[in-house]
Design a protein around this ligand. Structure first.
Ligand code: ZN
Ligand code: ZN
Length: 412
């Protein structure tokens, strides 16, 4: 059976830019490889969730993998924790966490703790884990630092609730309020209370940690608190193998994307030089993806730079990054035998205002047996004339899996 390769360019869709003569970065980019696939395949536009609904990468990815986010999305925390490599169990509550610098009254001075390095954060995280191992509570706490000031916190035990407020106020100069229950249930109250005790204890450990004492001496900001946000319970998703009988793997630099895919039962292939930024090692990522096609039925290659350039409000950088991706893909088109390729995005991110929007994104599907429409360019406007028409994120996986004979007939 044919294999499937999904190349997902994060935040690919865009809006016309005056600095690009009224074109979008994708329209502006010189991308003969993508245009060739569009010309030989079928194209369309896709609403990640629904027309006019701006989505995050988390809900957008769930939808494109075929999981209705209104049903399955339980918050970003558990997806980040899964992506960081933590093993979550049903009932666990997970949070995203920032190391931060806070004042005596928990006023947030620096949400990134003076740009603490990944290595420093790892040492502090180790101290928090030691403390957590002996922490006296009805719940277990697990902590992991990830990249720079970021980390994840998991609470485990019977009777937890994810209905607790964010401690991270999302801006500086404001007090970080201790967690409060968002519902009047004993579970939410217990969860908030125990989390507060843990955060206060973590602060004691951090304040007295030699690394922070040293930072203060040097005039640097100490990472003296951890601020959780985005509480969520581990979602229960039927795996792609259960749904379509396929083996699948993700290649992504960012933890969130790995996390969503892990929740869908996919394997994770780590490419050490994949950074999830504009400087990522595209060559290594494409090599890993093409290699993985030998052993997996479905390979999901996630590329973040397009979204990053959009958030930086830099349409020209976005266009040139698309050109880099195109060069990697074009160099390997000859290797695509018995592979159905899909190129799309998870949402529109405007490089004018740097925000996610509800505009549809272009999609192309290419491969043996795929109908050929009249569209010869891969961009937001051209693809609107494509024979796929306008589909939803939730349709993508069915369309692809049906092309490779993996969808069971409905009826007799
Ligand atoms: Zn995204
Ligand atoms: Zn974004």
């Amino acid at each position: 059976m044919s294999k499937v390769l999904i190349v997902l360019l994060d935040g690919l869709g865009d809006r016309p830019s005056r600095s690009l003569n009224g074109m979008t970065p994708l329209q502006m980019a010189h991308k003969p490889g993508l245009d060739e696939l569009a010309a030989e395949g079928i194209t369309g536009i896709m609403d990640p969730v629904a027309p006019g609904i701006p989505v995050g990468s988390d809900t957008g990815h769930l939808s494109i993998l075929g999981y209705d986010p209104y049903r399955y999305y339980t918050g970003r925390g558990p997806l980040e924790a899964l992506g960081a490599g933590m093993d979550l169990r049903p009932g666990d509550v997970a949070f995203r966490v920032n190391f931060a610098t806070v004042g005596d009254d928990w006023t947030v001075i620096d949400r990134r703790a003076g740009r603490i390095s990944t290595e420093e954060a790892r040492a502090l995280g180790e101290a928090i884990r030691e403390m957590a191992a002996g922490f006296d509570s009805e719940f277990r706490f697990e902590f992991l630092s990830t990249v720079e000031h970021r980390g994840v916190l998991v609470m485990r035990g019977d009777g937890l609730s994810d209905e607790v407020t964010d401690v991270d106020p999302h801006r500086e100069g404001v007090k970080a309020e201790m967690p409060r229950p968002r519902s009047q249930t004993p579970e939410a109250e217990r969860t908030a209370r125990e989390l507060e005790r843990f955060l206060r204890r973590a602060r004691e450990v951090l304040e007295s940690h030699p690394l922070n004492v040293e930072r203060v001496k040097k005039g640097l900001r100490p990472a003296n608190a951890i601020l959780p946000r985005g509480a969520g319970k581990m979602p229960k998703l039927p795996s792609l193998r259960e749904r379509f009988g396929v083996s699948s793997v993700v290649i992504a630099g960012g933890a969130l994307y790995r996390g969503v895919c892990r929740a869908a039962g996919m394997d994770v292939r780590i490419v050490p030089t994949a950074t999830g930024t504009l400087n990522t090692d595209l060559n290594a990522k494409f090599n890993a993806a093409f290699e993985s096609l030998r052993t997996y039925d479905l390979v999901f290659l996630h590329i973040k730079g397009t979204d990053t350039a959009s958030h930086d409000r830099n349409p020209a950088v976005k266009a040139s990054f698309i050109e880099k991706v195109d060069r990697e893909l074009r160099a390997r088109i000859d290797q695509l035998q018995d592979v159905v390729v899909c190129v799309t995005g998870d949402h529109t991110t405007s490089s004018i205002d740097g925000r996610h929007h509800g505009d549809p994104v272009p999609i192309l599907i290419w491969g043996e047996g795929v109908r050929r429409d009249k569209v010869v360019r891969f961009d937001e406007v051209s693809c609107a004339d494509g024979a796929l028409g306008r589909i939803r994120g939730l349709d993508v996986m069915n369309v692809l899996m049906d092309l490779v004979g993996r969808v069971e007939m409905f009826g007799e």
